[in-house]
Write a protein of this length. Structure first.
Length: 66
């Protein structure tokens, strides 16, 4: 159940930022260029970087205690 909550939180965060990216492009009358598509991809990928950073910091802390 905890994993389900985390997946929902991840999905909501990614959806929020994808919506903001979409609305910014729409307001600027931008086409579907490479930069806009990269923005959408980064909306999906940046939370994974946070997870990797947290896991790395946790692993480093465990290694220091050994």
């Amino acid at each position: 159940m905890f994993v389900d909550i985390l997946l929902w939180a991840y999905g909501l965060g990614a959806t929020l930022f994808m919506t903001m990216t979409f609305l910014e492009g729409w307001a600027n009358h931008d086409g579907w260029g490479l930069r806009r598509m990269a923005g959408f991809a980064s909306c999906l990928l940046w939370p994974l970087l946070i997870v990797v950073f947290v896991l790395h910091a946790r692993h480093a802390a465990v290694q220091q205690t050994l």
